[in-house]
Design a protein around this ligand. Sequence first.
Ligand code: KG4
Ligand code: ZN
Length: 342
Amino acid sequence: MLPKTPIILAIESSCDDTAAAVINGRKILSNCIANQEIHIAYGGVVPELASRAHQSKIVPVVKQALRKANIDKKDITAIAYTQGPGLLGSLLVGSAFAKSLALALNIPLIPTNHLQAHLLVHFIDDERIQTPKFPCLGVTISGGHTQLVYMQDQFKMNIIGTTLDDAIGEAFDKCGKRMGLAYPSGPEIDKLARKGNPHRFSFPIPNLPAYDVSYSGVKTAVINFISNQEQKNPNFIQLNLNDLCASIQYTLVQIILKKIIQAAKEKELNNIIIGGGVAANSEIRNQLYQIASKKGWEISLPPFEFTTDNAAMIGIAAYYKYKKKKLGSLSDISDARLKYGI
Ligand code: KG4
Ligand code: ZN
């Protein structure tokens, strides 16, 4: 007989962060992340290096999460891990570790969906979070994804809009790389943009039907614009860095904001929840709070530690699967393109 309130050890290893968390019911007891600095030198995630780094970091980060939570291995009810989507080599390290430990402890496994988890952080029991009401519009903005999701509950999640090419975070990172900023450049652009003029340079905002977005056109426009300006003045970036960051950030944020406003209106949704690394961006946070107060939306932006990849989000997604008795098995396979589902 499984306990009603489980203690779940959750593992996240879908990309370049090795993370472990312990969750008791909906309360987070620990949330530990080992970042992989190795990718900074390459200006982006190198999949093979990410898998190798996960292998060396996973044992220490799990030990740290258990220690911080003050939980012994024998007290864990189930082990959750990210089944997908993500980089296959990275996913395999997390799933192999989770399966081995679950087998050794003779406890259930809970494979979870990384994207579903980015949105379900809003259901963590935390005084900083007001649990959203359904139906709501889920917006996932990260380095790998940009999605608008109609959410009827924690499992009925219907993607109504997506990027046709690059993700918003990828656009931040690639524009940053062109300006010589370190990877991932989203946080640095955010910081520099505070000192710049967002209307100094203008870049195109695509006009796509329904709720789809595109980021590759604006990325190319930024790169070409900088190259043209550098021909006239080789110091163009240094002389205009803050204004460039502010103008690029303004455009990238406007593209998704336009679609959020349109979807909320047409689908009659007043509850908007945002997840993913780019949810840490101050421009999108400020804009959303302002629009929400004008339109009477209930807007939920996660605390910073739950925005970028973390294992607490895997823990909460696993908690809801556990409640539905949707447990996994040793034969579940990792899936780089895993779709939403129970
Ligand atoms: O969710 P996440 O950790 O990983 C994926 O699942 O992709 O998101 C990482 C992305 C990176 O592209 C990073 O540049 C971006 O989130 N990011 C930001 C900020 N903080 C992280 N982008 C803009 N402003 C930020 N403050
Ligand atoms: Zn993510």
